[in-house]
Ligand binder design. Structure first.
Ligand code: ADP
Ligand code: MG
Length: 465
């Protein structure tokens, strides 16, 4: 995948987050060339890493994400003719300007069951996989939000010209989709809603309350789930909209409350790096949805609408064993679960439950409640690695290169390593001492020439530049 922000050092290939002011100035001049007018501003939203909590946001579990310095920039200017024109500068996706007539996009959820044909969204290119759906979906979701929240009510006839550039790998498990959604959302709020129009760009960052950011993240989730049709559970959009610099967010997906936790205690003398395997995934295809459906079938058998409720408030390993025994008892006489393999559903269940226990453990550790743990970093590392084994053996979403990267990282002295994101491609998060990185990155080069490293520095949420 062509990436413009590649930095080659003697021992590795890094993806740099770039200098925001330089990226902005370049983007704004390309906007002028593309649309023949000036951009009104530039907005940024970060990608993310996740210490734990993969495939459990949609089960109302706890996740521990942090925002990257890498992310997606959107330059935009408003229109008054209900047209949305958009172009991406990502070399692998760029096919010129896509135009959508926003008044063709109906009020009903476009992917709702048995939709009224008159209310179905008009798709920009007839290609349901086209990247521009993420952006159109965001504007659709903001319009829906504006129906109940006057401060987000879009001006009649609102449309926009937008230009996108990203310092993230696309489809690399670092949430380029949510970064695109949240950057576009910030642009649309700034240019088309009362909240944005009453506040100059810089002030908007301060004017958005925590509650506003929560609502906007939820609208971005609607865009991805209902408009694009991808199975996201809200983790990615929440961290992109609500991150805090220097912190991990402990996100409880039961009600989307967040608690910022200090990460300094694990990074003292250590670094987190994301290893982009160069194997991009597509979450919208069947496999991700399949894994989720397996786990939901298991939840259904146990009598829960969300799996988090199968565990007590402070879950432990023994609680997982107990739920699995209950599952075995209920499944004993059955041949399948809603047509799904029972052993497979049990493995998905075990991943979700153990992942939830790992999240609670991490929350406990990072919030300083775990007195007496002397080696916080190595304990966190062990949790990372256990998370990978669960992604590999139970969720079954890992792949050869990711497994090799984890093994190689551990063999080179990493404290821990795990696949992050939805899987079937994507990135591995590694916790390691800086001194070990040169030898490790040389070893990665021998696994695949497509590997890229990203420094994981806990960064800020979506904002206007
Ligand atoms: P991830 O979020 O892990 O990077 P996804 O499969 O969820 O992977 O999202 C990737 C998709 O998001 C791309 O295929 C594209 O449709 C869209 N996308 C993300 N970033 C950009 C970008 N900079 N320009 C255009 N489309 C993008
Ligand atoms: Mg995504």
């Amino acid at each position: 995948m062509a990436q413009w922000n590649i930095v080659r050092t003697s021992d590795a290939v890094w993806l740099a987050p770039g200098e925001p002011r330089e990226i902005e100035s370049d983007l704004v001049s390309r906007f002028q060339e593309e649309y023949g007018r000036a951009a009104s501003g530039t907005w940024f939203a970060p990608g993310r890493a996740n210490l734990n909590g993969e495939h459990i946001d949609f089960h109302a579990g706890r996740c521990l994400p942090l925002a990257l310095a890498h992310g997606t920039y959107v330059a935009a200017a408003p229109r008054t003719d209900s047209q949305l024109r958009m172009r991406t500068l990502d070399a692998s996706l760029d096919d010129g300007v896509s135009t959508v007539a926003l008044d063709q996009i109906g009020p009903a959820a476009p992917h709702a069951e048995s939709p009224d044909p008159s209310e179905v969204a008009e798709l920009p290119t007839g290609d349901a996989e086209h990247w521009s759906h993420y952006v159109t979906g965001v504007l659709w979701a903001l319009r829906e939000l504006g129906r109940t929240q006057p401060e987000f009510q879009l001006e009649a006839g609102f449309g926009a010209d937008i230009l996108v550039i990203s310092t993230l790998p696309i489809g690399g498990g670092l949430s380029s989709s949510a970064a695109l959604e949240c950057a576009a959302m910030m642009a649309f709020v700034a240019l088309g809603t009362p909240l944005g129009l009453q506040n100059p760009l810089q002030d908007l960052n301060a004017a958005l309350t925590r509650e506003n950011r929560k609502q906007l993240a939820a609208a971005c989730v609607r865009a991805e789930v209902e408009f694009v049709g991808a199975g996201t559970g809200g983790l990615d959009q929440t961290i992109a909209m609500r991150a805090r610099p220097g912190k991990v967010l402990s996100l409880d997906c039961r009600d989307f409350t967040v608690q910022p936790l200090d990460i300094g205690c694990i990074l003292r003398g250590y670094r987190l790096i994301a290893v982009d395997t160069g194997e991009a995934h597509r979450l919208a295809d069947g496999k991700f949805g399949d894994r989720r459906a397996d786990a939901e079938a298991a939840a259904h058998l146990l009598g829960f609408t969300r799996l988090r409720d199968a565990l007590p408030e402070k879950p432990r390993k023994a609680d997982v064993t107990h739920v699995l025994e209950e599952f075995d008892r209920l499944a004993e006489q059955l041949e399948s679960l809603d047509g799904r393999s029972i052993p497979a559903c049990r493995r998905r269940l075990r991943h979700a439950l153990t992942e939830m226990v790992r999240s609670e453990k991490l929350h406990h550790l990072l919030s300083g409640e775990a007195y007496g743990v002397r080696h916080v970093t190595s304990t966190v590392g062990d949790i990372l690695t256990a998370g990978h084994m669960s992604m590999r053996d139970d969720a079954e979403v890992s792949f050869e290169v990711a497994d090799l990267i984890v093994e190689t990282a551990l063999a080179h002295g990493a404290e821990g390593a795990r696949l992050i994101g939805g899987g079937f491609g994507g990135s591995v998060l590694v916790l390691i001492s800086p001194a070990a990185i040169p030898r490790l990155s040389a070893a990665f080069e021998r696994i695949s020439r497509n590997i890229r490293l990203l420094d994981v520095v806990p960064s800020a949420a979506a904002h206007a530049l």
